[in-house]
Design a protein. Sequence first.
Length: 69
Amino acid sequence: MSITSWSDAQIVRAINSGSIPSEDLVSRDGWSHICRVRGRNFRQVDEEAWQDLCSERGYLQNRSNPRGF
């Protein structure tokens, strides 16, 4: 099930617990939805958890496309 069908509360909990599915981190639609939810719920999202999520996304993108094209 895609993260785009999750409620805001579910996504905030997943961000804060580090349990966002990897496929949603590298999916354009999934990442856009995560960012929109974070914007709407900025105060509920733990900053350190968000930074970790962004780092994980960067790692996954680099791993799937190590030469950058």
